[in-house]
Design a protein around this ligand. Structure first.
Ligand code: SF4
Ligand code: SF4
Length: 134
């Protein structure tokens, strides 16, 4: 698969760009409604995609080898979907022909999150949420 084909699989939901909190005792991952400082919360696109790994330490580059081991990737993620042998859902842009269906199906986080900018680390647990289809 070419780089372009791989990138086109991303549905642009923005879910992988949300702040996750790990319970130090249990290792449990808690999801939040806070986004990475570089995410445009309107378009759900990274504002500096080319330099993302240099600017954000824990920004993970997805590839065919690591997708299965990233337990925080949402069930809805296209990379996880294909790695687990499932078909892309009706709302995926490559199936529906439009990114609007990602919003219509409630998968996109657009309009549902705010940036972690200005939020103190000790206050982040206040933003823990249960996302559907995660
Ligand atoms: S969760 Fe998966 S499909 Fe959604 S933005 Fe991240 S990589 Fe793309
Ligand atoms: S740096 Fe960009 S791609 Fe990486 S988590 Fe943040 S917004 Fe997402």
């Amino acid at each position: 698969m070419s780089t372009g084909e791989w990138e086109s699989l991303c549905d642009g939901c923005g879910r992988c760009c949300l702040v996750k909190l790990e319970d130090e005792d249990t290792g449990e991952i808690h999801h939040t409604s806070l986004s990475c400082a570089l995410l445009d919360t309107g378009s759900c696109r990274c504002t500096d995609y080319a330099n993302r790994h240099a600017r954000v330490d824990d920004c993970v580059k997805l590839n065919a080898g690591n997708v299965k081991s990233l337990n925080w990737l949402p069930v809805s993620c296209a990379y996880r979907t294909l790695a687990e042998g499932r078909d892309l859902p009706w709302w995926h842009p490559l199936v529906s022909g439009t990114p609007q269906t990602v919003i219509d199906a409630g998968i996109s986080v657009t309009g549902k999150v705010r940036s972690e900018n200005g939020i103190a680390e000790e206050d982040m647990p206040d933003y823990m949420v249960k996302w559907p289809n995660w």
